[in-house]
Write a protein of this length. Structure first.
Length: 201
């Protein structure tokens, strides 16, 4: 059984898709907490309505990024968390945090990594003029959206796409692959060899 925390800063649609998949598929995952770093983030209300305890840990209450990361790690460890899903968490976790949960942190990113890491991935894809974009679920390492890739899904870029229309279509795929990746992790079907993630039958 995984003891999972979901870290989110915004609307929380991926958080909802993870919670719903755990319930629907009866996955061996206990969702211990939703944690945000933004006051009034919509994901908090969504977590409440799903019956998941939610917490707000604000960067302004800490004197450095390092202290924030440390407090967050300790908070999660006290709650018995062993696995973390980042779902639109607007915060780059430092190396020490990552090493405390190595191989146990997942992230979803709205591009086909390694293309367009960082902020506004959909805008980057449109500006570059790619014909195909998509989304990626990956393990988190010390870099920016750079850890080993678990699953990817493609989405065509259409002639009249705006950032909004492309983001919307990518989000549909995000809600498919993130729960699927969590399921694979929970069932012990992911084996990592360096950058390669093998999916066991
Ligand atoms: C998603 O596009 C995700 O890929 C990115 O942040 C966004 C979060 O959306 N990391 P939501 O809060 O899950 O709706």
């Amino acid at each position: 059984m995984l003891n999972l925390a979901i870290l989110a800063s915004g609307r929380g649609s991926n958080m909802v898709s993870l919670v719903e998949a755990v319930k629907k598929k009866d996955l061996p995952v206990k969702i211990v907490a939703v944690v945000t770093n933004k006051i009034g983030a919509p994901c908090l209300d969504k977590a409440d309505s799903l019956g998941i305890p939610s917490y707000c840990l604000l960067p302004k209450d800490f004197s450095s990024r390092f202290e924030y990361d440390q407090a967050l790690a300790e908070f999660l460890l006290e709650k018995g968390v062993d696995t973390i899903c980042l779902a639109g968490f607007m915060w780059l976790l430092g190396a020490e945090f990552v090493s405390r949960f190595r191989g146990r942190i997942l992230n979803i990113h709205p591009s086909l990594l390694p293309a367009f890491p960082g902020l506004e991935a959909q805008k980057q894809a449109l500006s570059y003029g790619v014909k195909i974009s998509g989304c990626t679920v990956h393990f988190v390492d010390e870099g920016l959206d750079s850890g080993p890739i678990i699953l990817q899904e493609t989405v065509p870029v259409l002639t009249f796409d705006t950032v909004e229309s492309l983001s919307e279509r990518i989000l549909v795929k995000e809600h498919e692959i993130y729960p699927r990746a969590l399921e694979l992790l929970a069932l012990g079907k992911l084996k990592v060899f360096g950058r390669q993630v093998e999916i066991m039958k």
